[in-house]
Design a binder for this molecule. Structure first.
Ligand code: AP5
Ligand code: MG
Ligand code: ZN
Length: 214
């Protein structure tokens, strides 16, 4: 099963992807996570990506397309994958179609998680992320059992560099301008399902699972 999770910054793509990995035993491919890892390691890719990420802008298409193409060729993606944060522009979506066609594969489902903008700002400015395993928390909506410590692995929780209000506003503007057209792109292909992303994390997860029908 090849799935794309669409949705604005903070819609819950990563939160839902982590639950889907467990249920369907397929990997999450998050370009944001891959880029943050490169920034942390200080690789040439990371140095290039950091200024775009800190400004809430997109890393150039050719850079992320190359990353995803490499990743989807790995053996663990053969039985399916969850794309989170990619594609984010129409050229990325077209490139993905070509990459998958070469692999005799394609996208099965596109789920767009819709949340209103002010809610997204509240979610992102209160988000905490585990440095070790990447699990997300929220100081109010989804707090860890012990403040600052990951429930899953005991790792340290931190606030992402781009989770301040100014960068969040810029990420929202980028989403509206560059990424929203993908809703029409996938609706046109008959692949799109839209779900409201407000409410309990588990209820949203159940809706996604019922769309996936497994
Ligand atoms: P990326 O890491 O993809 O960030 P994003 O799209 O802005 O999305 P987020 O990870 O912020 O949100 P999410 O939907 O995963 O929400 P989460 O589940 O954590 O990208 C970062 C940057 O990298 C981009 O700005 C860009 O520069 C670059 N980049 C990445 N991909 C790229 C690409 N393809 N092309 C070009 N550049 C690219 O949840 C958010 C919070 O809400 C958490 O605190 C969570 O606990 C809470 N929450 C979740 N669900 C609920 C709920 N139902 N109710 C209440 N709270 C909830
Ligand atoms: Mg995410
Ligand atoms: Zn952790």
């Amino acid at each position: 099963m090849n799935l794309i999770l669409l949705g604005g910054p903070g819609a819950g793509k990563g939160t839902q992807a982590k639950k889907l990995i467990e249920k369907y035993q397929i990997p999450q491919v998050s370009t944001g996570d891959i880029l943050r890892e490169a920034v942390k390691e200080g690789t040439p890719l990371g140095k290039k990506a950091k200024e775009f990420m800190d400004a809430g802008q997109l890393v150039p298409d050719e850079v992320v397309i190359g990353i995803v193409e490499e990743r989807l060729k790995q053996p663990d993606c053969q039985k399916g994958f969850i794309l989170d944060g990619f594609p984010r522009t129409v050229p990325q979506a077209e490139a993905l179609d070509q990459v998958l066609a070469k692999m005799n594969s394609g996208i099965d489902h596109v789920i767009s998680i819709e949340v209103d903008e002010e809610e997204l700002v509240t979610r992102l400015t209160g988000r905490r992320t585990c440095r070790n395993c990447g699990q997300m928390y929220h100081i109010k909506f989804n707090p860890p059992k012990q403040e600052g410590v990951c429930d899953k692995c005991g790792g340290e929780l931190y606030q992402r560099d781009d989770d301040n209000e100014a960068t969040v506003r810029s990420r929202l503007a980028t989403y509206n301008q560059a990424t929203k057209p993908l809703v029409d792109y996938y609706a046109g292909k008959g692949l799109l399902r839209t779900i409201p992303g407000a409410g309990q994390i588990d209820d949203i997860f159940n809706k996604i699972c019922s769309i996936l029908g497994q």
